[in-house]
Design a protein around this ligand. Sequence first.
Ligand code: NAD
Ligand code: DEZ
Length: 378
Amino acid sequence: MIKIIADNKIPFLEGVLEPYAQVNYLPGAQTDASAIRDADALITRTRTRCNAATLDNSQVKIIATATIGFDHIDTLYCQNNHIEWTNAPGCNSGSVKQYIAATLATLISKHNMEIENKTIGIIGAGNVGRKVAKLAKAVGMKVLLNDPPRAQKEGSAGFVELEELIAESDIITFHVPLQHEGKNKTFHLGNKTFFSRCKRHVVIVNSSRGEVIDNEALLSALELGNIGNVVLDVWENEPGINRSLLQKTLIATPHIAGYSADGKANGTAMSVQAISQYFGFPLNQWYPQNIPSPQKSQITINAKGLTFQEIWTKAVLHTYSIAEDDARLRKSPDSFELLRGSYPLRREFEAYTLRIKNGTTQIIQKLSDMGFTHIEVI
Ligand SMILES: NC(=O)c1ccc[n+]([C@@H]2O[C@H](COP(=O)([O-])OP(=O)(O)OC[C@H]3O[C@@H](n4cnc5c(N)ncnc54)[C@H](O)[C@@H]3O)[C@@H](O)[C@H]2O)c1
Ligand SMILES: O=C(O)[C@H](O)[C@H](O)COP(=O)(O)O
């Protein structure tokens, strides 16, 4: 029988592959060489390093990671050793978009910042970056996109050079993969020089990978007043995060931007389908059926007398209170992994019905552009 080792924090997975394979569930960080020696396949998350140290002398044939990021997989090693690997492109892009929406809403409602007509610079315009761009336009921001790999393939129209983005943006948000080498290297893309060229009041947001920003340089830039504020979901050296940096951040969360139940379900489904395709299991269309509904799935807003900003911030913060994630991490930074492992139910915009009273067609259109798919005009 096929043997699969699966990360025990991948939701919706238990019982699905068991009719066709023997599945052992292990904590991601404990999935080492001895644990996987006789496994045929791994279903992982970012906490399992898949490299020579873990895979040498194993019989692993395929690794499916239920995440978009694959910097935990040594892809060259896999190629040289005929190990297939798959990731889950786009699985949690709606979740990260919601995280950024909640960040913007919190900057406005809790920190009195203005974002309308301000410029957001998006570095990395892939699955997440594209959705964030659409959202930002819908809430009235000017959008600058930097994505050299896409610009090279598709032509430079619609993209700007990094220098221009840095100089012009009031908010800069990172949505790139972690790449240690090459012409599109992103390791420490945010460094001392980067921050010295930013507008002094800029808000830096990182929900990509911790190592994309030199955390020491970020802290110095904050202390020197070279940048205004920082929102961090990802950190260098997770879970051992820099406490001085934590104290200086405006919003701090434990790498959960992609942790909506919808995002997790997508990641699990893509992994199950990849494994099924490889071994010929009849689960090529499988998708979880048991995603819990949100507690209050209806949001009623009377638009009369409200600005669009008041309407959308209310709607977004009803779906996700980023302040609660921030408070949990500040209260217990030592519990970084624990907070991730016991993350509460979060559903994306699509799981909610917006009931809008006295709304104009323009308001409804903009809410729909933000990603609210169920809107009732009452
Ligand atoms: N915090 C979280 O929970 C969370 C959730 C999802 C994704 N992520 C991280 O965010 C990253 C982006 O996610 P995604 O789903 O949009 O991935 P994606 O692969 O769809 O998009 C990445 C984009 O970055 C671009 N890019 C690559 N190198 C670049 C560079 N040097 N400068 C500018 N752009 C560059 C690519 O061309 C691509 O368009 C992931 O790789 C992952 O590391 C984190
Ligand atoms: O790369 C990704 O998809 C995200 O960073 C994801 O949120 C990581 O999730 P985890 O490995 O903790 O499941």
